[in-house]
Design a protein around this ligand. Structure first.
Ligand code: PLP
Length: 384
């Protein structure tokens, strides 16, 4: 193996998540959010697999992600850049028919220039600022946006009118999200009364689709749930109480594996690894696994992380190094160099979830997944 570890994506788990999500979208189109290297799953492996499963619309953050996505597929899906497109990238995006988020007047004007320069309409999603205070047009700016869009109707394809919620996963934010929903409805009314009807009026991410189904409309931007994770435990709890189901319908699609690189005996009293954070309280045997914080195995997992070897849990001993960890295999019989090590996933009866992994290091699923480096090989497999 050239690489110290491999990530696999399970096709059947993805198909199962997709059918669960679609059953809750009431026929709305799903835009599969694949920013952050498909939430760490690997854009190049994930997108063709998702397309085979019937997904034909993808949301990315930036023009370079859109570019990478289009290079990874043969048939062209619809692509929506939800965040950053600078001036040069706008020309490329308009030419390629890539949909872009338009969030301020400078970008709107620049998109109109790109449309007249390339002779193709700019495919726009107008973002409305409704209370997240990040990006989007404020209520005051809307009249100017409307008049520019009407004046340049032939250079514009109004694909979307959208907003993004500031925390639809937690009920503490319900009032804030409720106010966002009302502001969005008002903005949409102003556009529609001016004759500007977007093809998609969209607001919902995973959490909103579950907790505020009224926001789904005719399109939803779904990220984390398609990969098999709830946005947070509260959203799962709300769902399970509402639907009276104790069984989580989502399935993790990702697994991450490595192999034992070396075995070392440590006599009682010996310090393991850098410094003095871990002393052997008995004669021990540690297995060295060639995965460290440079590979996305968080340093916060020092002396707390867990991996699986021979179907048993092995605890991280000592500090997570840049490129390696040591794990305690004293009580695991017969461990040999080359044995499979599961960092995320299951082995025999045991399993390490992303949640347990990220809770131990105080990261969210989102953060932990997107920090998995892009150079770890990704393989799509039918079943783990
Ligand atoms: C604008 C926008 N829409 C949708 C999503 C998808 O969110 P989730 O992964 O929670 O479904 C994101 C993710 O951060 C986003 O920034």
């Amino acid at each position: 193996m050239f690489n110290p570890s491999t990530i696999t994506i399970e096709r059947s788990a993805y198909a199962s998540n997709l059918s669960f999500i679609k059953a809750h979208l009431n026929g709305a189109r799903m835009c599969s959010v694949v920013k952050g290297n498909a939430y760490g799953h690997g854009l190049k492996a994930f997108v063709p697999m998702a397309m085979e499963a019937g997904v034909d619309y993808f949301g990315v953050y930036s023009a370079d992600e859109a570019h990478a996505l289009l290079r990874s597929v043969e048939d062209r899906p619809d692509v929506f850049v939800m965040g950053m497109v600078d001036d040069d990238a706008l020309d490329w995006a308009v030419e390629q028919g890539v949909e872009c988020c338009i969030q301020d007047l400078a970008r709107l004007e620049r998109a109109l220039v790109a449309a007249s320069r390339t002779g193709r309409p700019a495919r726009m999603h107008i973002e409305i600022e409704t209370g997240m205070h990040r990006t989007g047009f404020t209520s005051k700016e809307i009249p100017q946006v409307i008049s520019l869009l009407r004046e340049h109707a032939s250079e514009v394809e109004l694909v979307g009118l959208f907003t993004h919620f500031a925390g639809a996963e937690s009920s503490v934010n319900d009032d804030r999200v409720g106010a966002q929903i009302a502001r969005y409805a008002s903005a949409r009314g102003r556009f529609e009364r001016s004759g500007l009807i977007p093809r998609y009026a969209h607001q919902a991410c995973s959490a909103a689709a579950m907790n505020f189904p009224g926001t789904i409309g005719n399109m939803a931007r779904i990220g984390i749930m398609q990969y098999g994770f709830w946005p947070n435990p509260e959203t799962w709890l709300r769902y399970s109480l509402l639907h009276d189901t104790p069984v989580d319908p989502l399935r993790r699609t990702i697994s991450w594996k490595s192999a034992v690189m070396a075995l070392t005996d440590v006599p009682v009293g010996g310090m393991i690894g850098y410094g003095t954070s871990c002393e052997a309280l008995r004669d021990m045997c540690v297995a060295v696994v060639p995965v460290g914080y440079a590979h996305g195995f968080d340093r916060g997992l020092s002396n707390t992380g867990r991996v699986l070897i021979r179907g048993q849990i092995a605890r991280v001993t000592g500090i997570v190094n840049m490129n390696a960890i040591s794990v305690d295999v004293t009580d695991i019989e017969g461990v040999e160099k080359g044995d499979e090590v599961v960092l995320i996933g299951h082995q025999e009866e045991q399993s390490i979830s992303v949640a347990s992994f990220s809770e131990l290091s105080e990261q969210l699923n989102y953060g932990m997944l997107t920090r998995l480096p892009s150079d770890i090989p990704r393989l799509v497999i039918d079943r783990t």
